[in-house]
Design a protein around this ligand. Structure first.
Ligand SMILES: CC(C)(COP(=O)(O)OP(=O)(O)OC[C@H]1O[C@@H](n2cnc3c(N)ncnc32)[C@H](O)[C@@H]1OP(=O)(O)O)[C@@H](O)C(=O)NCCC(=O)NCCS
Length: 312
């Protein structure tokens, strides 16, 4: 068994296990939470991997309380039904205890619903003693993000064959292109960004930005998502293309070019702008994009843009 820090790409497995527990869990939302938690030193999310499958997960959080001092809490723990009673829960908890010790926690606690019968055998068996029973009160402060993906209004699908009308000649390859959002595994798309490599993306934000962009292109090979891109447009004069990404093994095969054509045609705008990743300018130049002499941009994080080579 391997115990390791959970990755955003584990979200689908974690969501599936959470659903076994009776909580509806959307992989995209779980992925967003994992992305948020990943940099936080007071949180730890672990997965147990058995036979190359995620067999369990644990989330622990450490905090300082006036009343009880600095302590860690196991805020989530699930072992898959098929892997219970094989020591997975015990090992996950042991790792959480070690982490809690390492960061100086005085104690580790866990609250478990009285209806979770197994857990009330499990914790005493691994040396946890019942300290109190309590009632938990809750008040919703805002509506939870709805789990179903928005239904696309223009869920058309198109296949770009080499030589198809309106599309210039391409090298031969077996990619198809769609606009439909409902079939997208956003965790997988985040992984594609990571591998491309275009950095770490939060799948929840990816879903939002693609949903809010009226033009998008998803590239597929034999039913597997291999790339994507999106554009915003006024439909007449101006459009801007963003987030054109392809798995490394599919780069250099003419698919990026097809995605760009797909996006440009559907933007229906005479003028299209974009900013290239430093070093990829030639790709866009070959498609007719020119360096803009007076391009100006205002960025949320100019330091980062500077560091990445996007601005002076
Ligand atoms: C509780 C849970 C995490 C335990 O995980 P697990 O991997 O099955 O537990 P382990 O195999 O490490 O068990 C360690 C010891 O706990 C005890 N134990 C665990 N489950 C038990 C059960 N259902 N009945 C009796 N004893 C049990 C045993 O002593 C066991 O050792 P043994 O198998 O050598 O007898 C798992 O049952 C689970 O995911 N349940 C649903 C979710 C849940 O209740 N989570 C806890 C929320 S706080």
């Amino acid at each position: 068994m391997t115990i390791r820090t959970a990755l955003v790409s584990d979200a689908t497995d974690i969501a599936a296990l959470t659903t076994q527990l009776g909580y509806a869990a959307d992989a995209v939302i779980v992925a967003g939470r994992l992305a948020k938690l990943s940099g936080l030193l007071d949180h730890m999310v672990l997965v147990a991997v058995l036979e190359e499958k995620v067999a369990g997960w644990l989330h622990a959080h450490a905090s300082e309380a006036l009343e009880s001092g600095f302590r860690a809490e196991i805020v989530g723990l699930v072992v898959s039904e098929g892997h219970r009673r094989r020591g997975v829960g015990r090992v996950l908890v042991q790792h959480a205890e070690q982490w809690a010790r390492d960061i100086g926690a005085e104690a580790i606690v866990v609250r478990s619903n009285t209806k979770r019968v197994e857990s009330h055998s499990f914790y005493p068996a691994i040396s946890y003693s019942l300290s109190k029973t309590q009632a938990v009160y809750r008040k919703l402060l805002k509506k939870a993000l709805t789990t179903p993906l928005p239904t696309p209004t223009d869920g058309t699908s198109a296949t770009c064959e080499p030589g198809a009308p309106g599309i210039s000649t391409y090298q031969k390859m077996d990619a198809t292109f769609t606009e439909d959002l409902s079939t997208i595994d956003w965790v997988r798309l985040a992984k594609i960004f990571e591998l491309a490599p275009l950095g770490v993306r939060d799948p929840v934000k990816l879903r939002e930005t693609f949903t809010n962009s009226s033009v998008r292109c998803f590239a597929w090979h034999e039913g597997e998502l291999i790339g994507a891109g999106r554009a915003i447009t006024d439909g007449i004069a101006y459009a801007a293309i963003f987030d054109v990404v392809l798995l490394p093994e599919w780069q250099g095969k003419g698919i990026g070019r097809q995605m760009m054509t797909f996006l440009a045609e559907r933007s229906k705008a005479g003028n299209i702008t974009l900013h290239s990743v430093p070093g990829k300018e030639e790709f866009y130049r070959k498609l007719g994009y020119c360096r803009m002499k007076t391009a100006m941009g205002r960025f949320a994080n100019p330091e980062r843009q500077r560091l990445l080579g996007y601005i002076e």
